[in-house]
Design a protein around this ligand. Sequence first.
Ligand SMILES: [Zn+2]
Ligand SMILES: [Zn+2]
Length: 346
Amino acid sequence: MKAVVKTKREPGIEVLDVEVPEVRDTDVLVKVRAGSLCGSDVHIYEWTPNYEFLPLPIIIGHEFSGEVVEVGSKVSTVAVGDRVTAMPGMACSRCSFCQIGKSEFCTGRLSLGMSANGAFAEYVRLTAAASIFKIPENVDYETSALSEPLSVALHAVDLSNIKAGQTAAILGPGPIGLLTLQVLKAAGAAAVMVAGTGADGRRLEIARELGADVIIDVEKEDPVSKAREMTRAYSSAGLDFVFEASGNPRSIPQALSMVRARGTVIAIGIHPANAEIQTTELVRRSKSIIGAYAYDQETWLRSLVLMASGKVRIEPMVTHRLPILEAKDGFELAISKEAAKVLFIL
Ligand SMILES: [Zn+2]
Ligand SMILES: [Zn+2]
């Protein structure tokens, strides 16, 4: 089968012919139908720091959907023919935590595309049936391939405890930012600003199409005064929430200035360097910064429901569809920010 493989500890990937994985008694083999390129895949492609732990060679990719084509003799929860997505973290079912039903603390967890062969391939082997979810009937493979980033965005919005009628901004109109926008609107946000740079032109247009009330290019307009202007009508002089999804350390202090007294900054982006924050403003105006990472099974299920209900739309975010033979082009499109979401279609 064809697969996108990281073979060397240097920038780049290769598309290689490799063996279809063998199915053992607790495994599930899925014919991948759509793979979605994630920021972390791009980091692996560019070979930025913090990925040295990857065992090479490894098939990358963890956002995907597909059809079950084979199940091991001990698997009863999924069947051949099921249309599925799966959480990339796969508990081992053997360690002491898994045995007492606390698989969230699993010490032998394998992660698709990071420590186990991933999904940018014709077939992917899943070793934990509990992490597999059936796709609702009215949701297609392309849409459900984004269950993972939608779960990340949904978890971040859950953590904010936003109430209908409150206001928010999102810094960074990448896939996570665009999904966070849609979840915020579904949760009843009164007004949402999406901020990006000049290079984000196309992504900001998609944000507008997906319901952003205000979009700004931070190279041309000051997001702090824009936030004040935007919330004047609600007499709150600042936003209730700012979601940091750009991964730029400078945007953390900016976000802190954009929220009102007692407002909250939710950090989702992975930053290559530490941010400097205005501690006095944080203290005197009783602001908070919280980190949002990953999700759980319940979040994943609600992501599928949001897609099925049409409250979250994926189609406008998919700017490029490529066969995996052209995987390199996909990575380059993502790096140039020309793409919002790149899908590999199999
Ligand atoms: Zn991802
Ligand atoms: Zn375990």
